[in-house]
Design a binder for this molecule. Sequence first.
Ligand SMILES: Nc1ncnc2c1ncn2[C@@H]1O[C@H](COP(=O)(O)OP(=O)(O)OP(=O)(O)O)[C@@H](O)[C@H]1O
Length: 569
Amino acid sequence: MECKKVVNASSGPKLTESIVEGLVTLYPEHLGRLDDAAFAAGVRVVVRRDYEVAVKQAGKVAVISGGGSGHEPAHAGFVGKGLLTAAVCGDVFASPTVKAVLCAIVAASSKKAGCLLIVKNYTGDRLNFGIAAETARSRFGIEVETVYVRDDVALPDSKQPRGLAGCVVAHKVAGAAADRGMSLEEVARVAREAAARTATMGVAYEVCSLPGRAKATRLGVDEVELGLGIHGEPGAHVVSPPPTASAAAASLVEACAAKLEIPAGARVALVVNNLGATSGLEMAVFGGVAVEACRARGLAVARCLDGALVTSIDMQGVSVSLTRLDDELMELIDRPCDSPALKGAPFRPLDALPVTIPADPLALRNADVRSSAPEDPRIAKAVLAACDAVSRAEPDLTRADETVGDGDCGTTLKQGADAVKADLENRPDAYKKPAEAVAALADVLGDNMGGSSGALYVLGLRAAENALQRGATWGAAFQAAARAIEQYGGAGIGSRTMCDATIPAARALLSSDLNRAALEARRGADGTKDLVATHGRSAYVAAARQHGVPDPGALAVAIIFEAIADALH
Ligand SMILES: Nc1ncnc2c1ncn2[C@@H]1O[C@H](COP(=O)(O)OP(=O)(O)OP(=O)(O)O)[C@@H](O)[C@H]1O
């Protein structure tokens, strides 16, 4: 079955046409497209809107790149001041035609200044851009230089390394040089230098899927590919199980640094490229550890660029490019640019080290709780039993929350339980008296447990702590806890929340005993299977989906009461 894509046409020129149309519609201040009727049908070339004045009349070198579509924002997204003059757009993963490249050269270049072609090193691109360059020279008298980007280091013995995300560095450097008014020869020299000093390697956690085709199933659930191309071709190595972000970053950085023979202490520009469908969360994690990996290798990360730059449609993965900088490249990389995808000075300096703002932990922690109540060894026993029971129940709680919520209730509770257990081991004295123990629980859960349930537990525990400090019984203290949860959470009996377990359990604890309270908590939790949520995240989930599944928060309360009753019987 075809994979789902947000497109009108799923392949061929119609798809390319709609990509180009979309970009020029979205970025009219930057982009225009060549009128194909004036040249030849089927030509899809995106140009700087102001190319006539800013490039041709100004006598500046035109910088042109392109290739197959599917790598957006490359290359049309890099068309603009200080970057590309024009981008030639082929069909998805297919080289553009000679005619299209020739049209771009002839339209965008002046005879006086000439044109630089930046070509990713694929046979189709080499041939089509090459024929166009020769024709532009012989038939139109335009001087053309070509720079090949062959930054791939995944296949060490390859005679024809592929062009990958490193082309962005060549675009930036050449665009800046052309903008500064350097000659064609000079622009080509610095672009060649940038390309030669750049190495790239990537990792894919999921391969890409092409519009109109079935989703590729090459990679097993436990596999990733290292050293891949950007056209869905298999990577150089399959690695299983998937490496952590740190391990992946370290191997990519090492491969690039080794290939470029970068000595320790050298300045580099780091490009962390999202291959298309890597989440913002993953990009943040990976970007940070990629910088760390460079520093661990002794490299000075002088400039850094991250984001979706040269994608492979929807590949879930990242590539790392390193460029060994010298003063000239650094100066050109730092010059301002203005295109849809890159603006200002997109290569950021990373000189400043991350700052941690010191917070005064004493100001955040509650003043010590001291009561004259006698010590009670049953408290630690009950706490331990509750923690173990919650940890054991994590899969059940997760399953329930995956159906009726966002799936994190079990892990949130387990995180709290693990932290409490560790605190109990470290500070057993804090769990000997009622008010002190409850205060310790609130402190630990407040620091370690997020989510709604984290806040609700802390609220309840604080209320119980206050009551216990005033000499309340456990029954009265739990009653105060249940009331605080009701008051701040706004839910009550029948809302399909933990209140369906806490309220009846509190009543039973006041009038009867712990066993009765556990029974009532369980009855309340089971009863939520027939309720429709009015509070909490489940309130946004269809009623039919909730039916027959207990509220995870209520279920956890029942599990805790049962564990304590069992431990203390
Ligand atoms: N207003 C409320 N009053 C009482 N209990 C609530 C309330 N809202 C949610 N809950 C309880 O919290 C449980 C879910 O806890 P969890 O920590 O997963 O919170 P969440 O609602 O998913 O919020 P998030 O994950 O965004 O913090 C629910 O099963 C329910 O028992």
